[in-house]
Design a protein around this ligand. Structure first.
Ligand SMILES: Nc1ncnc2c1ncn2[C@@H]1O[C@H](COP(=O)(O)OP(=O)(O)O)[C@@H](O)[C@H]1O
Ligand SMILES: O=C(OP(=O)(O)O)[C@H](O)COP(=O)(O)O
Length: 403
């Protein structure tokens, strides 16, 4: 795939020019505190190079999934502060996305300044399905950088999203792949096509509807598909067991039945579950066998027997891709499954496997559990994005960069 890169842009010269950078700064928060700054740290090098080259840098990013309107709990304020720390320079935060404050601040930028726009998803046009609405927001973003502006796509975690700040803006401005996007694509290319077998993919997490769709494409390519986290319950329900109030994608139960019929030999599901009476760190817990299911409470982790079985298949793998924590690792009571899976993948890596951990929360989990980044071959900032890349799907945010 031929794309223009940050290096090309820097060679063209950016001094005094407005450069819009789409970063993925969607970090986990706990009561307004950033619990893992991995995505900010990974996004800083591209911004720093532009700053040092004298560009007027305008960064746009999202945080969480606001409903197309301002939500103070999802303001990028803590992110602006942490990014400033990382860059060692002031980062202004606009009070709006493309409104009067953003415009005034953009006009006031001098060479080497950094302006972060408020959460782009506060504007409903960002995620609109209507091409014209998204194009309108893209035009407003272009106005901020001016006629000789440029666009750097560096939010790898969002390149699978056909959104205004990812896709539409790249159709209007000269567009370049940032260093993070370029590196991520280089590494992921190593686990597409011919890979060393056994090849294991481990799925979990809570973005169930997004990720169930990927299984269809991945199952024929892998030797083992390990499913834990919130992903597992739609399958368990499809097997006929009740799952209480666990995460469930009811409209995909039939799809899961079909997947189990066709790929039952590669799909590994939990056979025991840690059930909680409430979604809280101090919940009362019990272990349920998957074959029996449970009618009350919610499954928040894979059970101890499952951890052992999953670990046994994973340690023998030669290629591993992992996206999605196996349980609600943020609460210590439900972290054992994720810890067991992470340690097994780290062991496989120590045995010579090539391993990739993808996703904001999966990467955060690895670090929260005290495992070193070096325990894995690569920690990717994108979960859904890397999954769709592995699936072989066209990613709008990448294809739009092709020249
Ligand atoms: N059984 C479960 N029920 C509810 N949430 C879960 C469960 N297992 C994992 N999770 C949650 O999934 C979230 C991460 O999901 P996701 O965003 O899909 O992963 P990633 O960011 O790595 O792509 C975590 O916050 C975790 O608490
Ligand atoms: O967290 C993200 O993706 P991930 O959970 O798949 O790693 C990205 O920031 C994309 O967010 P989105 O899935 O709300 O579009």
């Amino acid at each position: 795939m031929a794309v223009r890169t940050l290096k090309d842009l820097l060679a063209d010269g950016v001094e005094g020019r407005g450069v819009l950078v789409r970063s993925d700064l969607n970090v986990p928060l706990d009561g307004g505190q950033i619990t893992d700054a991995g995505r900010i740290i990974a996004s800083a090098p591209t911004i720093r190079q532009l700053v040092e080259a004298g560009a007027k840098v305008i960064v746009t990013a999202h945080l969480g999934r606001p409903k197309g309107e301002p939500d103070p709990a999802l303001s990028l304020a803590p992110v602006a502060a942490r990014l400033a720390e990382e860059l060692g320079r002031n980062v202004q935060l606009a009070g709006d996305v493309v409104g009067s404050d953003a415009l005034a601040r953009a006009e006031g930028l001098t060479d080497g300044d950094v302006l972060l726009l408020e959460n782009i998803r506060f504007d409903p046009r960002e995620t609109s399905k209507d091409d014209a609405e998204r194009a309108q927001l893209a035009a407003a973003l272009v106005e901020l950088v001016g006629d000789d502006g440029a666009f750097v796509s560096d939010g790898f975690g969002v390149v699978h999203r056909k959104q205004a700040s990812v896709y539409d803006v790249a159709k209007v401005l000269p567009a370049y792949a940032g260093d993070l996007v370029a590196t991520e694509v280089d590494v992921l290319a190593k686990i597409t096509g011919d890979v060393e077998h056994p090849y294991a993919v481990v799925l979990g997490g809570s973005k169930v509807s997004d990720k169930l769709a990927v299984i269809e494409a991945l199952a024929p390519k892998v030797d083992t598909l390990v499913i834990g986290g919130g992903m597992a319950f739609t399958f368990i329900k499809a097997q006929g067991s009740p799952v209480g109030d666990s995460l469930l994608q009811a409209d995909m139960i039939d799809t899961c039945k079909d997947l189990l019929e066709r790929f039952g030999d590669v799909i590994h599901l939990p056979h025991d579950i840690v059930v909680a009476d409430k979604f809280a760190p101090d919940a009362q817990t019990s272990i349920a066998m998957t074959a029996d299911g449970f009618t009350e409470g919610m499954g928040l982790d894979i059970g101890p027997g499952t951890v052992e079985r999953f670990a046994a298949v994973l340690t023998g793998a030669k290629t591993v891709f992992w996206n999605g924590p196996s349980g609600v690792f943020e609460f210590e009571k439900f972290a054992a499954g994720t810890r067991g899976v992470a340690e097994a993948i780290a062991q496989a890596t120590a045995n010579g496997a090539f391993s990739v951990v993808g996703g904001g929360d999966s990467a955060a989990a690895v670090r929260a559990l005290g495992l070193a980044d070096e325990a894995f071959s690569h920690i990717s900032t994108g979960g859904g994005a890397s999954l769709e890349y592995l699936e072989g799907k066209e990613l709008p945010g990448l294809s739009v960069l092709e020249v």
